[in-house]
Design a protein around this ligand. Structure first.
Ligand SMILES: Nc1ncnc2c1ncn2[C@@H]1O[C@H](COP(=O)(O)OP(=O)(O)OP(=O)(O)O)[C@@H](O)[C@H]1O
Ligand SMILES: [Mg+2]
Length: 227
């Protein structure tokens, strides 16, 4: 599902060359979940942005669902992102002027799917929020907003979910419920997931756990095979 090969990401900042990612290799198979941990500033969000095609590697190769990124235009990458990925952020990133239902329907409408509202309603029901369908984000709790964001990420049945600290802004109890929901949806649909988290318990639930330190990736554990 994801293949990163010798991926480097270097930026020039105030005349200084900053190596953010130094030769990252990562493979995630269809239906597999990978947790990514690491200190603040180690490059986790950057790695996700590269997989999403929002940032572009300085060198190395990235392929998602069989599509090589090299040479693709911004439009091609945006289309790929819309068709094959769902993205969940720490701070939800919902559109504040749209209702919960309209936020969830958006990816389907962008893809010109005829019964977008019906499918969005079903998805909202799956995350237990049908009763909040007509609420706008600011009229919902943090946990509710994140459930809407998850419904939006899953509604088009993407092959890949990218999640960047999706429970970072929630209390422990709510965070646990959100994570149960994420893993439940992933398993039901055999969706692959790359999950950035600071929570070691959560990382242990993924099939594989990697740690990013100063731009270098290291495998910490695999399910049933810690090492
Ligand atoms: N365009 C840029 N110019 C300069 N520095 C950058 C740029 N983009 C990212 N960085 C730096 O790259 C490093 C990695 O950032 P990134 O956001 O990927 O870290 P992170 O691991 O997600 O951290 P956190 O856990 O705090 O979210 C940071 O030190 C950041 O300041
Ligand atoms: Mg980050």
């Amino acid at each position: 599902m994801i293949m990163m090969e010798s991926v480097e990401y270097v930026v020039n900042h105030a005349g200084q060359r900053l190596e953010i990612l130094k030769g990252v290799d990562l493979v995630i198979k269809r239906g597999e979940t990978v947790a990514l941990t690491g200190p603040s500033g180690s490059g986790k969000s950057t790695l996700l942005a590269l997989v999403a095609g929002v940032e572009h590697p300085t060198s190395g190769r990235i392929r998602v669902d069989g599509v090589a990124y090299h040479g693709l235009s911004q439009d091609d990458l945006a289309r790929l992102r819309r068709r094959r990925m769902g993205i969940v952020f720490q701070d939800f990133h919902l559109i504040t002027t749209l209702t919960a239902l309209e936020n969830v329907a958006l990816p389907l409408e962008l893809a010109n799917i005829p019964d977008a509202m019906k499918q969005a309603r079903e998805m909202l029901d799956r995350v237990g929020l049908l009763s909040r369908a007509n609420h706008r984000p600011l009229e919902m709790s943090g946990g509710e907003q994140q459930r809407v964001a998850i419904a939006r990420a899953f509604v088009a049945q993407p092959a890949l979910i990218l999640a960047d600290e999706p429970t970072g802004n929630l209390d422990l109890e709510t965070a646990k419920r959100i994570m149960d929901l994420l893993f439940q949806l992933i398993q039901g649909w055999r969706t692959a997931m790359l999950l950035v988290t600071h929570n070691p318990e959560l990382a242990a639930r993924a099939d594989h756990h990697y740690r990013l330190t100063s731009g270098t990736l290291q495998k910490i554990a695999s399910q049933g095979n810690p090492f």
